[in-house]
Design a protein around this ligand. Structure first.
Ligand code: IMP
Ligand code: MG
Ligand code: MG
Length: 175
């Protein structure tokens, strides 16, 4: 049977959450410039909306990519960083990593540990969605849009086999 899309988060709810997260980041950054690092591909729409709501000046927007999760990633508890970042973009800077979903936590934990080695002045994590039920490694989430149930999520940048990224709202994919 064809899978069904069931709407979970509307465009109005997404827009309100993005505004709230931007205000939280602005408040904490106290006008010190930020380096924003998006994790591709899933964060591409979220990061575009988020940075347009920030008042804090940006030094740079960077992107990185990690191996998508599969059984190898989950059993090793590590993701592979496929696109590295220049150390000089991070060293001494106030950095915010932007992710679509924190699920097992392996992707963000791997990246945060790697970036910590570059000695940023500050390193924070902003995720649109938090799926805590499947967490394998502990991750400190500084800015969280929504907590979601243990369902497969698509839309607003998030895919199933590269499909559904372009949907403006967030759905669960149901049998
Ligand atoms: P991790 O398990 O926290 O390492 O998450 C790895 C990546 O899997 C996330 O950044 C998402 O891109 C993807 N992912 C996790 N849960 C879902 C989901 O429900 N739908 C689509 N992608 C997901
Ligand atoms: Mg992702
Ligand atoms: Mg994906």
């Amino acid at each position: 049977m064809e899978k069904q899309l069931v709407r979970l988060i509307s465009r109005e709810e997404i827009a309100a959450a993005v505004k709230r997260l931007a205000r939280e980041i602005d408040r904490d950054s106290e006008n010190r410039s930020l380096v924003v690092i998006g994790i591709l591909k899933g964060s591409f729409i979220f990061i575009a909306d988020l940075v347009r709501n920030l008042e804090t000046p940006l030094l740079a927007i960077e992107f990185t990519r990690l191996s998508s999760y599969g059984s190898a990633t989950v059993s090793s508890g590590r993701a592979e960083i496929l696109a590295g970042l220049p150390e000089e973009a991070v060293r001494g800077q106030n950095v915010i990593v932007v992710e679509d979903i924190v699920d097992t936590g392996i992707t963000t934990a791997t990246l945060l540990e790697y970036l910590q080695g570059y000695r940023p002045a500050d390193l924070k994590l902003c995720t649109l969605l938090d799926k805590p039920s499947r967490r394998r490694v502990e991750v400190k989430i500084d800015y969280r849009g929504f907590t979601v149930p243990d369902r497969f999520i698509v839309g607003y940048g998030i895919d199933f086999d590269e499909r559904y990224r372009q949907l403006p709202e967030i759905y669960t994919l149901e049998e």
